[in-house]
Design a protein around this ligand. Structure first.
Ligand code: FAQ
Length: 332
């Protein structure tokens, strides 16, 4: 049981509704004043039920994205070209799983148990990032993930690390340090393919063409459609809107791709020099909602792998939780 005394599992939904109705206006005003002064909210502090619910949703989805996000790249560990790239990929995939652990810990401070979070992932109730529902068909796909998806994640995480909830911000700070290494390995692999043989360059261009729309989707729906942005920005959980983050990403990374002679599959993509904003063809948002709600090319496969891992790892969890069985485990 944590500071707010609130546990998120099923029987307590009624408690959430009641708490929302009875958020003390005086406490709410003090809480909002603290946030506007830039203070960090810690697990033992009073917080409105909706702040707790929104943060739990967002951090939990982020944690799920890290562990599901390890799957497309994980399948390439044995096939990465050369020993150096294999080692780097093993380390990166291990880091992503570690980020999941850090984020589950941060979400647990809000009262939802890890078991409940994993159950919600495996049942399909919780979401995770759209981008991990696409296949990594070639080594160039792994390269695009390592450069552009890590870059997109960094844009989001660097901003939100300055947000209001202490445990989430501290987890993000550490994650950002590690992600910056991931970005370097992605960039190195990108340059190798972009300056390699014509076949390597074609393979990279093909991957970029396939991943461009999912990457544009990554930052979430346009601000005019986003359901949660307004409240989350008011409470300094999200430090920039979806469109602002997308623009920042385009500003930093599109020139790096163009410099390498790569193209992007959007004839309208350009920076408007008067407004300083990037203009582009609106990505297919119906497709985005289909993918995040279970209808993408790999949703079933991703969840099946996690269910298998959960089942196969049951004996390890049981042994770790049971002191008698723990004594029987071989000492490393
Ligand atoms: N994918 O009202 P908004 C990584 C949902 S970590 C799936 O705008 P919000 C590391 C949203 O949940 C990647 N669903 O939502 C790595 C909501 O649905 P709900 C993950 C999405 O929360 C790299 C609905 O749409 N990063 O990549 C997505 O204000 C390489 C309405 O949207 C984070 O999670 C999406 N892309 O803003 C690992 C960062 N976008 O819950 C391996 C933390 C929106 O009402 C390899 N999260 N939805 O049913 C955030 O900053 C926010 O949650 C946003 C969305 C910006 C993603």
């Amino acid at each position: 049981m944590y500071g707010g005394g609130y546990i998120f599992d099923e029987p307590n939904k009624k408690q959430l509704r009641e708490e929302q109705q009875h958020d003390d206006p005086e406490k709410l005003a003090i809480f909002e004043a603290r946030i506007s002064k830039g203070e960090k909210i810690e697990p033992g502090d009073w917080m409105p039920a909706e702040y707790r619910r929104q943060l739990t949703r967002l951090i939990e989805q982020h944690a799920h994205s890290e562990i599901i996000g390890a799957l497309p790249e994980g399948t390439w560990i044995t096939r990465a070209p050369g020993f150096k790239r294999k080692l780097a990929l093993i380390a990166k995939v291990q880091d992503e799983i570690g980020h999941g652990q850090l984020l589950y810990n941060a979400a647990e401070t809000l009262g939802k148990s890890r078991e409940a979070m994993i159950n919600d992932l495996l049942s399909g109730k919780s979401k995770y990032s759209n981008v991990f529902n696409y296949p990594a068909k070639t080594w160039a796909d792994v390269t695009v993930i390592g450069f552009l998806i890590d870059a997109a994640a960094i844009v989001n995480q660097v901003a939100n690390a300055k947000g209001s909830y202490g445990p989430y911000c501290r987890a993000l700070e550490r994650i950002c340090y590690e992600e910056s290494f991931h970005l370097k390995q992605g960039h190195d692999a990108l340059i190798a393919l972009a300056t390699g043989t014509p076949m390597q360059k074609d393979m990279l261009q093909d991957a970029l063409n396939r991943w461009w729309q999912p990457i544009m989707h990554f930052f979430g729906p346009p601000d005019k459609v986003s359901q949660h942005s307004e409240k989350l920005m008011q409470w300094r959980v999200k430090m920039a809107s979806n469109d602002e983050m997308r623009n920042q990403f385009l500003d930093t990374y599109v020139p790096k791709l163009w410099e390498l002679g790569l193209t992007l599959p959007d004839p309208l993509l350009h920076k408007n020099t008067e407004t300083g904003r990037w203009e582009y063809t609106d990505p297919d948002w119906d497709l985005f909602f289909k993918v995040i709600n279970g209808g993408g090319p790999c949703n079933q496969e991703r969840l099946q792998v996690r269910r298998w891992a959960e089942e196969e790892g049951r004996w390890v969890r049981k042994a770790l939780m049971n002191p008698k069985e723990r004594r029987a485990l071989p000492v490393a």
